[in-house]
Every structure is written in C-alpha cells, then in structure tokens.
Design a protein around this ligand. Structure first.
Ligand SMILES: Nc1ncnc2c1ncn2[C@@H]1O[C@H](COP(=O)(O)OP(=O)(O)OP(=O)(O)O)[C@@H](O)[C@H]1O
Ligand SMILES: O=P(O)(O)OC[C@H]1O[C@](O)(CO)[C@@H](O)[C@@H]1O
Length: 332
C-alpha cells in the first residue's frame, strides 16, 4: 500500500520553511507517496487540522517567507496527554512517517511523539537562530542574517550622519549566531552576545564600551553596538541608561525584532530547504528513523535526534576572536 507522509512546521517560522515543504511535496509526488500537512505546528496534530498537500500549488511558495502550513508554539505538547492525543491523530490518519521542520523545541516534541508512536520520525532544522547541532546552518538563518545586515547598513548611514551611537538588538533567543554574523558583516564596533558577556560583568563592559566610544569619536563618528536579545540585564534600554549615567554618552536604540523572521528567503536558504526536504523523503524511503537531516561541509547527513537535542552549537571561538581582533586593530 502507498505510504502516507505527514509534515508540519513548528516553533518560530523561518524563511525557506516553504522551500522544504515544497520539496517534500514534490518528492512525495515523484515517488508516488501520499503527502499530508498539519497546520499550526503541533496544534494541528492535537486538533486534527489536516490538509492533503496535493491541494496546494507549492511551486510559487519557493520565494515566500513564513510557512504555508502556519506555525505555532503548542503548550499541550508539554503534557503526556497532549503527546498521546497527537499520536492518536497520526494513527487515525494512518500516517507512516512524520517530518517536523523546526528548532530544538520542535525536535524535542518529535522525540516525545516517537516514545508513543511506532512509525518513522524525521526532523529538519528550521529556525533563524542556527542553534542546532548536526547541521552547519539551519533553514532561515542566512536570510535572517542578510535582513539584519541590510537593516544595520541603513542604521549606519544615519548614525554616521549624526555621529551617533546605536544599540541594535538582534534575535537569536539564547545563542549568538545571528549577533556575531551580523555584527562582523556590518563592522559593528561592539558585539555583545552570550559568548563574550556575563551579567556579573555588565559594569566592566560599560567601562570598556565607554573607552572604545571615546577613542572612536576622535576618529570618525558612529559607533554601533550589536546586542543579542535576552542578554543584558534590563535589556537595551538599561544599557543605554548605563552609558548615559556613567559616561554622559547619549545613544539610540533599534530593536530589529520580527523583521528578522520574515521576507523572501535568500537563494542559500531556498537551496538548503530544498536539499533537506528531498533528503527527508529519501530518508523515509530508505527506512531511517528518529534522526534529523542536516548538511555539514557540503554533505547531507543524518544525526540521531537525541544527539542533536543534547549537543550545543556555540558560536566558534575563532569567530568570537575574529571580532575581537578586528576591534583591537581598529582601536589601536
Ligand atoms: N520537551 C518538549 N516536549 C514536547 N514538545 C515540546 C518540547 N519542547 C518544545 N516542544 C514543542 O515544540 C514547540 C516549539 O518549541 P520552541 O518554542 O522551543 O521553538 P523551536 O522549535 O525551538 O523553534 P525556535 O527556537 O526557532 O522558535 C513548543 O511550543 C512545543 O509544542
Ligand atoms: O515570535 P516569538 O514567539 O516572540 O519568539 C521569538 C523568538 O523566536 C525566534 O525568532 C526564533 O527562535 C527567536 O530568535 C526569538 O527569541
């Protein structure tokens, strides 16, 4: 009998989730597998919100941000009743394999399903945060970095014109991949992220910043601080106030927020989403189970979900140093 594959997107939406959905749909069609989608992350499994993917014209979705299956966070999945309900829906529709595209939380959800459901589960890394091991880049990360870089380039123009100090807060939840990649790409004078900051050193950091700002203002005008979200005690506003109180230095704040999640995916993300979507269907056909499909050093690889979830992917020390060196050279 024809295999029936289900797909859903969960957690923060990420540009090119659609590319992965499209590849999965087209590959199922090619291999004569039935493909269905569940809406709104795990809520769709719990509430049985279901669609036959053949009803979608997936082709035009390649260049669209967001996700045609919608995404959400789902509290009910954190209870065993919720997980069992989700599994009952999979049984009701006689699903043979489930593909979940999302971040680490979503993959934890998939693992929870695996404990109560005997069929195949495959994860795909879909999050702007790039905080998943088992892949060099997650689907959506390159677009978020591009979007934030373009936004900060614009901030730089006005900052230069007014010789202003800007604090720009970027997303990343609890990881600094966006902060470092965007900060280095825009030549930010300071990057403050999880990898080079701890709350008990906040005062010291303010002193360092004031010294650097002082030097910088003798050369040319602007000074950009890229700040990772969820990091500075009291957030960007508290940092701004400390700079004023301790150095009489005025600064402007820009929180880039959700614009980093939207927009048309860059080609790199479209191609990653497509490659991993195709590989997910191949993995099902070849009998793989309980793995996440990612790409490392140009090769598609499968890593056990357990390992992905329990292995951190910090920003490399080399990359953190690159910023430090750039700064030291600049401020000499
Ligand atoms: N331990 C868990 N057990 C079962 N389900 C979980 C678990 N953790 C998370 N989930 C499910 O996955 C959903 C998404 O998780 P989360 O909000 O952490 O986002 P994510 O997938 O990590 O993506 P992103 O970080 O990009 O937003 C949760 O709302 C919940 O439904
Ligand atoms: O859109 P929400 O639910 O506020 O979530 C925001 C979080 O989601 C992400 O955009 C993706 O994980 C994080 O960078 C951010 O911390």
């Amino acid at each position: 009998m024809m295999k029936k594959i289900a797909v859903l997107t969960s957690g923060g939406d990420a540009p090119a989730m659609n590319a992965a959905i499209r590849a999965i749909t087209l590959s199922c069609n090619y291999h004569q597998l039935q493909c269905v989608g569940f809406y709104h992350g795990y809520n769709g499994l719990i509430d049985d919100q279901y669609v036959e993917m053949e009803h979608f014209d997936v082709n035009p979705t390649l260049q669209q941000g967001g996700t045609i299956l919608k995404s959400a966070r789902c509290q009910a999945m954190l209870t065993s009743e919720g997980v069992i309900q989700a599994c009952n829906t999979l049984r009701k529709h006689e699903i043979d394999a489930l593909i979940v595209i999302g971040g680490d939380g979503s993959l934890r959800g998939l693992q929870a399903i695996k404990q109560h459901w005997e069929k195949q589960v495959i994860g795909l890394p879909g999050t702007i945060d790039n905080d998943l091991s088992g892949t060099d880049c997650t689907i959506g990360f390159a677009t978020a970095v591009t979007t934030a870089t373009h936004a900060i380039d614009k901030i730089r123009d006005t900052a230069n014109a007014f010789e202003r100090i800007f604090i720009v807060e970027v997303m990343g939840r609890h990881s600094g991949h966006i902060a470092f990649n965007v900060g280095i790409a825009t030549g930010a004078e300071a990057i403050i992220s999880f990898e080079n900051f701890s709350a008990d050193r906040a005062l010291q950091k303010v002193t360092e910043l004031l010294k650097a700002i002082d030097k910088q203002q003798h050369t040319h005008g602007s000074f950009l601080i890229v700040l990772a979200e969820n990091l500075w005690p009291g957030g960007a506003q508290a940092l701004k106030e400390s700079l004023t109180e301790q150095g009489k230095v005025d600064s402007a704040i820009c929180i880039l927020g959700h614009i980093q999640r939207g927009g048309s995916p860059v080609p790199e993300d479209r191609n990653l989403g497509t490659e991993l979507g195709l590989a997910a269907v191949d993995a099902i056909i070849t009998g793989q189970d309980n793995v996440m499909i990612g790409r490392e050093a140009g090769k598609v690889i499968a890593t056990p979900l357990e390992q992905v979830i329990n292995t951190a992917k910090p920003v490399s020390a080399h990359w953190v140093n690159a910023h430090q060196q750039q700064l030291t050279h600049y401020l000499k």
